[in-house]
Design a binder for this molecule. Structure first.
Ligand code: MG
Ligand code: MG
Length: 262
């Protein structure tokens, strides 16, 4: 009922979480103007298979690819295509793995070359909000403590939290209960218990919160007002005193920092 994982299960989830983190770092090496989102998808699929795992999204409810790649006003679930990235784009890359019967799931929003200061700020605040949420993933807190920490930080900057899409627990299934909303009230919602493993994933719009699903591919979720949207996701095990963060942005950011030195 409470969806508590054993220590052994948490280690398998950690293995998946780290593989997803390394896959996103591999993708980071290839993000530049002119690369197609399908090329990025191939890089990720090869990397995951080379590490003895399967892509977690491929075939999931019929999803056709390894990565969800959502550019600019696309919020989530973008389908890789022959679209070539342009200078100034922001591109959210969401990646899943499956190994030893468990899933990994993590996302990062990248800048393509130089982006506007406004876009830069959206990425910064969205990522910060994720870590504010993670800080609340402690035994005895409520889910609403995570949700409220994210919402408060985001709305303070004038951005909107996407309501319809939420984070989730993860395990032998990609999406398990309970949900992890990015908006809510402190002290409300399910109690957080040590050993719960959840994906916290704020999806934040620069403009209004409203979204719609694109008719052409039946997957891509976009902002109604066309404003930019950012998405960061990490997997954490709720701990006694603090969250145990199973995935990491360290590998991605190492790649990005080295590229800035080029
Ligand atoms: Mg994800
Ligand atoms: Mg997720």
């Amino acid at each position: 009922m409470d969806n508590i994982k054993t220590d052994v299960e948490i280690e398998i989830l950690r293995e998946n979480a780290l593989l997803v983190s390394r896959t996103l770092a591999e993708v980071a090496k290839h993000i530049r103007q002119g690369v197609s989102t399908l090329q990025l998808d191939r890089v990720a699929e090869q990397f995951i298979r080379d590490h003895g795992a399967d892509p977690g999204f491929l075939g999931y409810r019929g999803f056709p690819n390894t990565l969800c790649i959502s550019v600019n006003d696309a919020v989530v679930h973008g389908v890789p295509s022959d679209y070539c990235l342009r200078e100034g784009d922001i591109v959210s890359v969401d990646c899943g793995t499956r190994k030893n019967g468990f899933y990994g799931d993590s996302a990062y929003t990248f800048a393509v070359g130089r982006i506007s200061p406004e876009a830069e700020m959206l990425l910064k605040v969205t990522k910060e909000s994720l870590f504010k949420g993670i800080a609340q993933a402690v035994h005895g807190n409520r889910m609403g403590d995570i949700s409220n920490a994210i919402q408060t930080h985001v709305e303070r900057s004038g951005y909107s939290v996407v309501r319809e899409m939420v984070g989730h627990a993860i395990g032998r299934k990609m999406h398990e209960r309970p949900d992890v909303p990015n908006h809510g009230r402190r002290g409300q919602g399910p109690k957080l218990l040590s050993g719960m493993v959840i994906c916290i994933e704020p999806m934040i719009n620069m403009g209004r919160e409203d979204i719609y699903c694109h008719r052409n591919d039946k997957w891509t979720v976009r902002t109604v007002d066309g404003s930019l949207s950012a998405h960061y996701e990490l997997t954490v095990a709720v701990g006694r005193d603090r969250a145990d963060v199973l995935s990491t942005f360290e590998f991605v950011e190492e790649v990005l920092n080295n590229r800035n030195l080029e």
